[in-house]
Ligand binder design. Structure first.
Ligand code: UDX
Length: 454
């Protein structure tokens, strides 16, 4: 099939590359000439495991093309994916101007049937707005009779696993209001569902809401566990054992139950805000979800609270090593990352910070700007030299089993504050390290090392 993807951001690029990999002819359109030129050279704007190989292969084999020419893009594909950004506006609602501009461009240049597919995460009712824009643009050209359909096909990609999620989805949600569109969508996704029928077909508005409801539910689970962790700690219980205890209930399930130092990223914070906003607009304020948002804001401060409890309110003269800047592992994305809150607060209180991240240091540098006394270390252990404590913010694999003897000897004070519960407290006690996990018993004082390495 011939597909056009409008927008070569995260979702657009993964969608275009993966559909090309499945044998389709794909043209990706973006107004950013620099980005298109770099993509043509095989340079990707994002880091995503496995994506580069797919892009390079499909460009080389002639199934994946890039252009800045919108007219060419519209003429090319029978299927037109809208995968442009929907950044949060000032009031928290999703900013729809790029989506509507893409719709207008389709109406301006199409001459025959088009299936227009909303891939961007968009508020309920957007497909109707897209429909209206296209119809108006066609009418202006005296071509009101040219047929088209608008469907909603939200994306459930996780950063760091986007290619895998796209190629082997749990389900494919398709919101359609007409038969022709339903058939085309079924044909498009046929190669992805050879094992079982993964298509969940519904009306357009339900599909639009499904995307928000899924992210809001996941954000709720995380915030719930984060609060349980805080209370477990006060009550002398262990959140990791509680997690195993409740996760084995089939109604609850084991995934997405890990307490941490707050969720971030490009989706949860933005989608929670946008859903709160749309619900309020129709007079149905969401009490549970607004508490989720507040709880997450608080959670981003728990690591600094621990630092203050341990080192006192004035951090001047202290130096903290920070492992992990990305909002989660396997991505270079720092949007809404807890690390940014931690770094800013430590610096504001006079501390120095030496941060390490396997992929996100460049992005963090951009996000933090001239934030003051922050340095970036080129290896995890290098960050520890002369630091007063280690703060773990992101659970990259590279941080999971460090040489604790070196950790202890490099740190000025052997203190580890862990926002992801990566380590076994008893083991750290054996190494003579003071350990502050979340929602479970800390190892306090400076234990005498047991010479475990010998
Ligand atoms: C999310 C959704 O999972 C995906 O379906 C949607 O399309 C986009 O938003 P993503 O933002 O890439 O994907 O990351 P995800 O792996 O879901 O993690 C989101 C945040 O939750 C991260 O900050 C992560 O650290 C946090 N998290 C996740 C927890 O704190 N605990 C968990 O148990 C799981």
């Amino acid at each position: 099939m011939k597909l056009t993807i409008v927008g070569t951001g995260y979702v657009g690029l993964v969608t275009g590359a993966c559909f090309a990999e499945m044998g389709n002819d794909v043209l990706c359109v973006d107004l950013d000439a620099g980005k298109i030129e770099r993509l043509r050279q095989g340079e990707l704007p994002i880091f995503e495991p496995g994506l580069k190989e797919i892009v390079l292969r499909n460009v080389a084999e002639g199934r994946l093309h890039f252009t800045t020419d919108v007219r060419e893009g519209v003429r090319f594909g029978t299927m037109q994916f809208i995968a442009v950004g929907t950044p949060p506006g000032e009031d928290g609602s999703a900013d729809m101007q790029h989506v509507l501009a893409a719709a207008r461009a389709i109406g301006r240049h199409m001459n025959d049937y088009k299936l227009v597919i909303d891939k961007s995460t968009v508020p309920v009712g957007t497909a109707d707005a897209v429909q209206a824009e296209i119809a108006a643009a066609l009418a202006e050209r005296g071509m009101a009779k040219v047929p088209f359909s608008v469907v909603s096909n939200p994306e459930f990609l996780k950063e760091g696993a986007a290619v895998e999620d796209f190629m082997r989805p749990d389900r494919i949600v398709v919101g359609v209001d007409d038969e022709r569109a339903a058939l085309l969508m079924r044909a498009l996704y046929a190669p992805f569902q050879r094992q079982r029928d993964k298509l969940v077909v519904m009306d357009v508005r339900s599909a639009e809401l499904t995307k928000y409801a899924a992210n809001a539910m996941l954000a709720t689970r995380i915030s719930f566990m984060n609060e349980m962790a805080l209370v477990a700690e006060k009550l002398g219980a262990d959140i990791e054992q509680v997690r195993r205890g409740i996760g084995s209930d089939a109604r609850i399930g084991p995934q997405f139950l890990y307490a941490g130092c707050g969720y971030g990223g490009s989706c949860f914070p933005k989608d929670v805000k946008a859903l709160l906003r749309s619900a309020a607009e129709v007079g149905e304020p969401l009490h549970v979800l607004s508490a989720v948002e507040r709880a997450n804001e608080r959670q981003k401060h728990v690591l600094v609270d621990r630092v203050l409890r341990r080192f006192g309110p004035d951090l001047s003269g202290l130096r903290f090593a920070l492992w992990g800047l990305a909002f989660k592992p396997d991505t270079d994305d720092v949007r809404e990352a807890p690390s940014l809150v931690v770094v800013r607060e430590l610096l504001a209180r006079g501390a120095r910070v030496v941060a390490h991240d396997p992929e996100a240091m460049e992005r963090a540098r951009e996000a933090l700007g001239a934030a003051g006394a922050i340095e970036y270390a080129d290896a995890p252990m290098a960050a520890l030299e002369r630091a007063d404590a280690l703060i773990v913010v992101t659970e990259w694999k590279a941080y999971r089993a460090p040489d604790f003897d070196r950790v202890r000897t490099l740190l000025r004070q052997p203190v580890v504050i862990d926002g992801r519960n990566l380590y076994d407290g008893e083991l750290l006690r054996g190494y003579g390290i003071e350990y502050h996990p979340l929602g479970r018993a800390p190892v306090l004082g400076t234990p005498a090392p047991l010479a475990l390495a010998a």
